[in-house]
Design a protein around this ligand. Structure first.
Ligand code: SAH
Ligand code: SF4
Ligand code: F3S
Length: 431
């Protein structure tokens, strides 16, 4: 769905605006799709409401990356039976990755009160589902910061859809389809519109976001174009994949202060044997070399990551390699997931017991927590560039939450001298 038209929304003749309630599961790509869905509803005179009981339409944007994510989304749909009984005129849309996996036939037979199912592969055609329910729209889609931006300052910009890698554990390529790259002109138009609507920071999104390539242009060239837009204060992207870093990017990182000093660079495991079985395409050593090259270009770079524990065949030795990587990688933060089989193939079942899975997860979480504390404390006495959201709170270029006593200007980047750290937050003074 393209939401690049800036025509003002016309008031709906007769009566107050209708309301749509949107629940979003899963990753930033789903969040970005939900923003587009909200914009499409607004073009039809709807407002987004945080209250289900006031809603005239409901959208559940689902995830299936792990079984638990799918179960959560499905039970949310089940609970909407009651809403539908109380709002028989209301429309229920089930969209996204679990919708793609489970299919309209299954979902509509299990939950007959669902009106429309739009799978992740067809999400750009969400407008068709709206048309099927309500007829043609009478206003164009508009970008406004009433969209569900991550914060009033931050907006997502999807630059690619799907994924063409084949990590053995992952269902994303099956539900989102192969990689396709959005043309630079569309990305720039979307970025411009979001900056005009008040965003200061953009987050470019894609499953292997730094693999973007289109019409002869590379990812680094795209970043340079986006950085040239007036009003941009900071540029982030996620998730990059280690395979797609090149010298041009590293040079850009070194020379471009508006490029955030943070990468979320999922490693998944610290064991070469497991990385190979996962088909990640890099070894532990190659990953660490890449971190060293990135940090040579940007010495204050913060790196966060994802880990999977209990992958089929993961021994205590493999797991110990992962534990060691927590310190070696000096990660500021890490999401740790229990392996969840996404296929019935017996070799893709985990070999460890549930209790052992829990033990490994707890050990990994403890290591990550301890390491994050060390990394956070290393920032004391240093300077952070902070984009303020309120007078007292903001986020640094390295993606740390930062608190000052007073004086932050919302929407502005200011320099803070860090004088303390607690939990996940740096404390400091404006200088
Ligand atoms: N494209 C990103 C990851 C997207 S999925 C990348 O390759 O880096 C987000 C995270 O979910 C992954 O990094 C991985 O840690 C986790 N994940 C994916 N499939 C999983 C599974 N089957 N079980 C447990 N965790 C999984
Ligand atoms: Fe899944 Fe990411 Fe691997 Fe693609 S690169 S298959 S999205 S884990
Ligand atoms: Fe989930 Fe789909 Fe994202 S499976 S993690 S919402 S791409």
């Amino acid at each position: 769905m393209k939401n690049t038209n800036k025509t003002k929304m016309t008031a709906v003749p007769g009566g107050p605006a209708k309301r749509v309630y949107i629940v979003t599961f899963g990753c930033q790509m789903n969040e970005a799709d939900s923003e587009d869905i909200a914009a499409a509803f607004r073009a039809r005179g709807y407002e987004v409401t945080p209250e289900l009981k006031k809603a005239d339409a409901v959208v559940v944007n689902t995830c299936t990356v792990r079984q638990k994510a799918e179960d959560k989304a499905v039970s949310q749909v089940g609970r909407l039976r009651l809403w539908k009984e109380r709002h028989p005129e209301g429309k229920l849309f089930v969209v996204g990755c679990a919708a793609q996996k489970l299919g309209a036939k299954y979902l509509k037979s299990r939950f007959p009160f669902v009106d429309e199912v739009v799978g992740a592969r067809a999400i750009e055609r969400f407008e068709d589902a709206l048309e099927a329910q309500y007829g043609p729209a009478d206003a164009a889609i508009e970008i406004s910061h009433k969209n569900l931006f991550r914060s009033p300052q931050t907006a997502y910009v999807t630059i690619m859809r799907g994924c063409s890698l084949k990590c053995s554990y992952c269902i994303v390529p099956a539900v989102r389809g192969p990689a396709s790259f959005i043309p630079a002109a569309e990305i720039l138009e979307d970025s411009r519109a979001k900056l005009a609507a008040g965003a200061k920071e953009l987050v470019l999104l894609g499953q292997t976001v730094n693999s973007w390539r289109r019409d002869g242009a590379t990812f680094s060239e795209l970043l340079m174009e986006v950085l040239r837009l007036p009003a941009i204060e900071r540029l982030r992207f996620m998730s990059p994949h280690p395979l797609y870093y090149d010298d041009a990017f590293i040079k850009l990182l070194a020379g471009e202060p508006k490029l955030a000093r943070h990468m979320h660079l999922p490693v998944q495991s610290g064991s070469d044997r497991i990385l190979k079985a996962m088909r990640r395409g890099y070894s532990r050593g190659e990953y660490l070399d890449l971190l060293a090259r990135l940090r040579a270009a940007a010495p204050d770079l913060a790196v966060s990551t994802d880990f999977i524990v209990g992958y089929p065949g993961e021994t205590e030795g493999d797991f110990a390699d992962t534990l060691r990587l927590v310190q070696e990688g000096r990660f500021s933060m890490a999401y740790c997931f229990k392996y969840s089989p996404r296929t019935d193939r017996p070799e893709m079942r985990t070999a460890i017991t549930g209790a052992e899975m829990e033990r490994r997860l707890a050990r990994l979480l403890a290591a990550v927590r301890e390491n994050s504390r060390v990394v956070l404390n290393e920032r004391i006495g240093k300077i952070e560039e902070v984009l303020f959201e309120t007078e007292t709170h903001g986020r640094s270029s390295g993606n740390f939450a930062v608190r000052v006593k007073a004086g932050g200007i919302p929407g502005k980047v200011s320099t803070v001298l860090v004088d303390g750290a607690e939990k996940n937050t740096l404390n400091g003074k404006l200088i």
